[in-house]
Design a binder for this molecule. Structure first.
Ligand code: MN
Length: 205
């Protein structure tokens, strides 16, 4: 994952083919999201960090969780572009063409699969404008669902990111147009729970 890498950041390959998530997310949507949007955030982050060699050894985890230690003019760019890089690296890694059962810890914490979905969907739908709904772990080790605006990352507010739901229009507009609700419904079918479970037990910082 790019979270443990440092400058210069390199666009990773999509971990499956561009049409692997059809019909839930189509090839065109995935191609533009990964090869255009995600790549752009990587290019922008590298450009922002280039004049600051003292941060070239900082991992993306460090940059985002220690934002306040960065020079003011770099903070904004790391928050925007670094957040864009982390959030998208994790977004694509937490999707899979392989149908997977929801793990028992989700049912235990949220009551049932349906109650978890409802809370995730409501959080994604209520988010005004661009941003992400997130499943995170808080400082006490508890699971929470939150939303953050734009490309803000949970690490910057002391939370550990487990699963991002990208509700920027670019994530779904080509296939679903304005129907964010339909996109979220379909997204539930392509979540990579095996990966999320391994992330829960091995928090990389
Ligand atoms: Mn996106």
């Amino acid at each position: 994952m790019l979270s443990t890498k440092h400058y210069p950041f390199v666009l990773p390959d999509l971990p499956y083919s561009y049409n692997a998530l059809e019909p839930y997310l189509d090839e065109e949507t995935l191609y533009f999201h990964h090869d255009k949007h995600f790549k752009n955030y990587i290019d922008q982050l590298n450009m922002a960090l280039k004049p600051y060699p003292e941060y070239h050894t900082w991992t993306l985890n460090q940059l985002l969780s220690r934002l306040s230690e960065l020079p003011k003019e770099l903070q904004t760019e790391v928050r925007r572009q670094g957040g864009g890089v982390y959030n998208h690296d994790l977004y694509f890694a937490t999707l899979s063409p392989k149908k997977q059962r929801i793990p028992s810890f989700i049912r235990e914490v949220f009551g049932s699969e349906e109650m978890w979905k409802e809370q995730m969907k409501t959080t994604g739908m209520r988010l005004f404008g661009s941003g992400f709904a997130w499943l995170v772990i808080d400082a006490k080790g508890m699971l929470q669902i939150i939303s953050l605006p734009n490309r803000d990352n949970p690490l910057s507010i002391g939370l550990y990111p487990l699963l991002p739901l990208d509700v920027w229009e670019h994530a779904y507009y080509l296939q679903y147009q304005n129907l964010r609700n339909d996109y979220i419904e379909q997204w539930f079918s392509i979540i990579n729970w095996d990966f999320i479970t391994s992330r829960l037990t091995k928090q990389e910082l």
